[in-house]
Design a protein around this ligand. Structure first.
Ligand SMILES: *Cc1c(COP(=O)(O)O)cnc(C)c1O
Length: 392
């Protein structure tokens, strides 16, 4: 018996533990100061009322033999897959309901999708980015190459024709940088993938935050149906972080090694996944009704307003940042050449504001800092006022 020795290769990520530890220590030594957290990486507003109503109705269905549901379909109920296909249509993208797989969230699928690909593949991952892609592929034993990004490319990593890869993770709008690709940039990635016979795993978890004229889905790019799988989630767009529901789109055209990836993913899910509960799929379906969209939009607008407050302050202070417009995240350059952790300490000690050091998201993140818009208007306003005073 041997354990998976790949786990040895995981870089211990103490980032959030260190942030929590330093924050706790500061609060103990400064009990009279109110600490404001702009590092929150989870939604804070409650579920839309129509979503709760639908979930309650879904539970009622389970109370009676006539409407009781057992195991759901592995790929999700048809009504929800159809609602998601219609949702894509609302922003001009055509997908078939049968191409949609309902899941318990995008994080699981970001890692699980690797089951359908060989260990021999090389994986290309932008830096900085959501750490799940890296760790999931280390566990699987795949070779990882990085696509670095920095201020010069506004933290939007672009393909390097000299670097060969088989699997490419992209996240737009990005966590942690908030940066979002335009259509021309995504087209470069699609062309690169087609040229290299690679597959793009496109994480669109923040697509609903897009307000400018930018792609909401990689399938708005010509050729993407031949090289991309899209992963999405209701976590950030509809407050489902605790409820758990996402979806993955695998186009029928995607064929590699003579096999349809759709068939492989179906087989994988049928083997290792038993579906999302009836009540949760009812709740998810309510998100895509006109009233659900209206109510969810109110929450998104609330976070947007916070992001705008933060962005305006950084504009006034003439500090470089990405994000904030199409994303709940603002990725700022640490002032006066400070490292991520130096700025963390400086901001905590002098303004009692907590953010997230950028180096936790990849080495290209050093010297940068993530602020999030998930706190209340009042707390966010107070925090930006403190930042303004400190950095003016
Ligand atoms: C929050 C987040 C997700 C969502 O994951 P769930 O498992 O659906 O909650 C996916 N990708 C990124 C980049 C995220 O930040």
């Amino acid at each position: 018996m041997k354990i998976n020795e790949q786990f040895e290769k995981l870089v211990p990520n103490y980032l959030f533990a260190d942030v929590a530890g330093k924050t706790k220590a500061f609060m103990e030594t400064h009990p009279q100061q109110e600490v404001i957290r702009l590092g929150i990486g989870d939604v804070t507003l409650p579920l839309a009322p129509v979503v709760v109503d639908a979930m309650q109705q879904g539970c009622e269905d389970l109370r009676f033999q006539k409407t009781f549901k057992g195991y759901p379909e592995y790929e999700g109920y048809d009504f929800l897959r159809e609602s998601i296909a219609d949702y894509y249509k609302s922003f001009g993208v055509k997908i078939e309901p049968e191409e949609v797989f309902i899941s318990d969230g995008a994080k699981s699928d970001c890692g699980n999708i690797g089951d359908i690909f060989s260990k021999e593949n090389t994986v290309l991952i932008p830096d900085p980015v959501y750490p799940v892609y890296v760790d999931a592929n280390i566990m699987a034993g795949r070779k990882i190459v990085y696509a670095p990004s920095g201020q010069q490319e506004n933290f939007l990593a672009m393909p390097d024709p000299k670097v060969k890869a088989d699997i490419i993770y992209l996240c737009s709008p990005n966590n942690p940088t908030g940066a979002a690709y335009n259509a021309a940039q995504l087209k470069e990635w699609v062309d690169y993938a087609l040229e290299n016979d690679a597959i793009i795993l496109y994480d669109a978890a923040y697509e609903a935050f897009i307000r400018e004229d930018l792609p909401r889905s990689i399938y708005s790019i010509e050729g993407a149906r031949n090289c991309a799988i899209e992963l999405c989630s209701l976590s950030k767009t509809a407050g489902f972080t605790g409820v758990r529901c996402g979806y993955t789109v695998v186009p029928f055209e995607l064929v590699r090694g003579g096999k349809r990836l759709h068939d492989l993913w179906y087989r994988r899910q049928a083997t290792k996944f038993n579906g999302v509960s009836w009540a949760v799929q009812c709740a998810a379906n309510a998100v895509f009704t006109p009233e659900g969209q209206r109510q969810c939009r109110l929450n998104l607008d609330y976070y947007h307003e916070n992001a705008r407050m933060i962005a305006r302050t950084l504009d006034d202070l003439d500090i470089y940042y990405t994000g904030g417009k199409n994303s709940p995240y603002i990725w700022m350059k640490c002032p006066n050449g400070m490292s991520s952790w130096q700025f963390f300490d400086y901001l905590l000690e002098n303004a009692a504001v907590v953010g997230t050091p950028g180096e936790g998201f990849g080495s290209c993140g050093n010297g940068f800092f993530r602020l999030t818009s998930f706190n209340s208007h009042e707390k966010t306003a107070e925090a930006v006022e403190r930042i303004r005073r400190l950095l003016s």
